[in-house]
Design a protein around this ligand. Structure first.
Ligand code: SAM
Length: 295
């Protein structure tokens, strides 16, 4: 005998109401720019096409500009605007999980002679260390070293890592020019060993890592010395926001995630970010936090 749930299933199936699961997306079709039907590529195929295209991308002064460029290139190659938008959404989601594309994009950004991000040290970091006794600092995703170099010049013993070869090369060159020691390592976040009870300060600004996940918070908390500080800044965007930046932090989740640390500073404001967004808007929501591992 049919149970009511089973009956509903059959009725839905017969009337074509069942929603196609996401992993069946490969079997779906979309339209080309000229209106012809085309099979939708798998997420993996979309990713491979993206990382194959990236090295030939025109130089960008900020990573955000690479997505509109790729969208235009897809459309010029005959992909419909709707399919191009779908692929960009998939790519932006996958950017959370993979580092190969970040490496190519940021090598391109740091090689630019006209950077479009704030090349001065981050203002929250400068205010936080004012008057502090220098110790050991870790700069997570140090980029071209604007924050690491600032700390080294202030007498901190600084380690920084980044997936971008170009960023690390610029950071090392600037440290050498300034005559300061900087331990700049070409490494991915996934592979870098944060250690335990190791840092007096961790700098986490505009990073695409899951800073509100339980595992990541534990990794950071464990690696801080008692009394050590963590400085966090990025775009403030709710986790539910569609098309959110891979670098965004959900402000509510941030507060909850670090509740076991002592909150020293918190801001959720609209201001000019250190790194521009793809939309090019001058001001956006930015979240800033400084917290201390309890002694
Ligand atoms: C928006 S930039 C911020 C850089 C730096 N924190 C700053 O504020 O100037 C993000 C940085 O994260 C690095 N990155 C992205 N994914 C990474 C990964 N999986 N491992 C290490 N670094 C990564 C990029 O190369 C880039 O330098």
């Amino acid at each position: 005998m049919f149970k009511p749930k089973g009956l509903l299933f059959v009725v839905a199936l017969l009337s074509g109401l069942l929603i196609t699961p996401l992993h069946h997306a490969n079997a779906q079709e979309s339209k080309t720019a000229s209106g012809q039907a085309q099979a939708q590529p798998s997420d993996e195929a979309i990713w491979q096409q993206w990382v194959t295209w990236l090295p030939s991308a025109p130089p960008v002064d900020t990573p955000a500009k690479v997505y509109p460029q790729y969208r235009s290139s897809l459309i010029s190659a005959g992909t419909s605007a709707a399919e191009a938008d779908r692929q960009i959404l998939i790519i932006r989601r996958m950017m959370h999980e993979r580092s190969d594309a970040w490496r190519i994009i940021f090598n391109n950004v740091y090689a630019s002679s006209t950077p479009n991000f704030v090349t001065q040290p981050n203002a929250l970091l400068m205010a936080t260390v004012e008057g502090l006794k220098p110790g050991r600092a870790l700069d997570v995703g140090m980029g071209q070293g604007r924050n690491a170099l600032f700390l080294a010049l202030k007498g901190w013993e600084v380690t920084g890592f980044d997936v971008s070869d170009e960023g690390i090369a610029v950071a090392r060159k600037n440290a050498e020019r300034a005559g300061v020691k900087l331990n700049a390592i070409r490494e991915t976040d996934e592979a870098f060993d944060y250690g335990s009870d190791r840092w007096d300060l961790i700098v986490f600004v505009y990073e695409p890592f899951p800073v509100t996940s339980t595992a990541y918070v534990e990794r950071l908390r464990k690696s801080l010395k008692a009394g050590g500080l963590i400085v966090i800044e990025s775009y403030g965007q709710e986790a539910s926001m569609p098309n959110r930046s891979p670098t965004a932090i959900d402000p509510g989740q941030l507060l909850a995630a670090f509740k076991d640390l002592r909150l020293l500073h918190y801001e959720d404001i609209v201001t000019r970010p250190d790194w521009p967004l793809p939309s090019g808007e001058e001001k956006t929501r930015v979240v800033r936090m400084v917290a201390e591992k309890r002694p």
